[in-house]
Design a protein around this ligand. Sequence first.
Ligand code: SAM
Length: 233
Amino acid sequence: MSVAGDTRILREQLEYYGARAGEYDEWWLRQGRYDHGAALNDQWRDEGQSIARALTEFQAAGRVLELACGTGIWTEQLARTAATVVAVDGSSEVLAVNRRRVLSPHVSYVQADLFEWRPTEQFDAVFFSFWLSHVPPERFEDFWRLVERCLAPGGRVFFADSRREPSSTARDHRLPGPEATTLQRRLNDGREYQIYKVFYDAPALTDQLRTLGWDFVIHQTPHYFLYGVGHRA
Ligand code: SAM
């Protein structure tokens, strides 16, 4: 991918999430185009609960940084255990939904492009969910350097993301072949966008992170999710 192509898709990706802010949660709640019937929806919720339980065990305490915080599905949970949460996202529309939902004096917000942003403080924990898959493979190492810069000595990381499973997205989204790193996404009104979506496999990602100097334990739920807890090796 040329730099120009990469930049165009990253811009489109951010536009997509901004335009989707008001309907984003339909995905997590399995509503509308994301409803795959009772059995698969129950499976999705059960597996989502596994992430929530693992995050409870992680105990995100002290100063917590949430990257690509989105509409606040996870900010709410982080705000319960953290002393402070700094929640960063590139979209003002998304941040507005998050603010309205979380309503916590311990949470502060930063609107920034994560491919440009640099931290001005260090954190005890860094959290990001459903973000790593949107980082272009060519920017993977840079992204993890950013995570390292954000961490105070002894700091820990928790992340969650999607496994490659057709029923994890809208019924009218097409999942391209396993080698693809971008795909088309559609809004309820039919507008279409190209975004990055890179699916990882837990053992390969663990190895990849180890070569970058990270020590991670990564779990996969049966169908839908993976989540990892780690720190600098
Ligand atoms: N973490 C949230 C969650 O789990 O619900 C949101 C994940 S959503 C898949 C991706 C988020 O990344 C969106 O909120 C979007 O606005 C944000 N985003 C996209 N491109 C970005 C960029 N270049 N810089 C910062 N945030 C970006």
